[in-house]
Design a protein around this ligand. Sequence first.
Ligand code: DX5
Ligand code: ZN
Length: 220
Amino acid sequence: MLLAPSILAADLADLAGALALCEAGGADMVHVDVMDGHFVPNLTFGIPVLAALRRRTHLPLDVHLMVNQPERLLDEYLAAGAARVAVHLEAVTHLDRLLSHLRKRGVKAGVALNPSTPVEALVDVLPALDFVLLMSVNPGFAGQAFLPRALDKTRRLKALLTESGAAVEIEMDGGIDRDNIARVVAAGVDTCVVGSGIFAAPDPVARMSELRERARQENP
Ligand code: DX5
Ligand code: ZN
């Protein structure tokens, strides 16, 4: 299991501190939630913030674009230092073109799905994908409750991947905490995004170890 702390749930007045916690806790990457106030009602980080984060950590930046028409500023996100980019299927018209562009630029290409979007919608782009980001909450805010249907979606996606032979990693985002991380990993998730489950904990570094431990115990 790879762990991707979502810094949206951290103290936003101290992002450098949040990055330091991610590093101290052995995070595999840092999940950055970009929101445009249109695709989702909320506004968060933009390109200058991404570039500033890049200068402060060696960890890969896992950029989750919750924006309409992500192709408009895609190259700017890449130049700012994204290592992985997920665009929402619901926000893109020419998904195949966008995914090839990401790969050409040496970035891991991902597609995010809202809870209401079936995984079967991805069947024709699987070979162009490096990862799928399954939302286990409706995107827009940290701290929401996990939607258990995401586990069934994960199993269905896993079956599709096995059938197609595509090497695509599964990432899950929203409401993951110590109480459900084992079930999430057991369902087939490779990368867990955790926001409040880490940054609202009294000791975020210790919580990261606990999350890894719980995921391992249930999935030896
Ligand atoms: C929600 C974001 C998530 C969120 C996760 O729209 O995409 O990454 O920050 O936070 P928690 O783990 O608190 O649900
Ligand atoms: Zn996210």
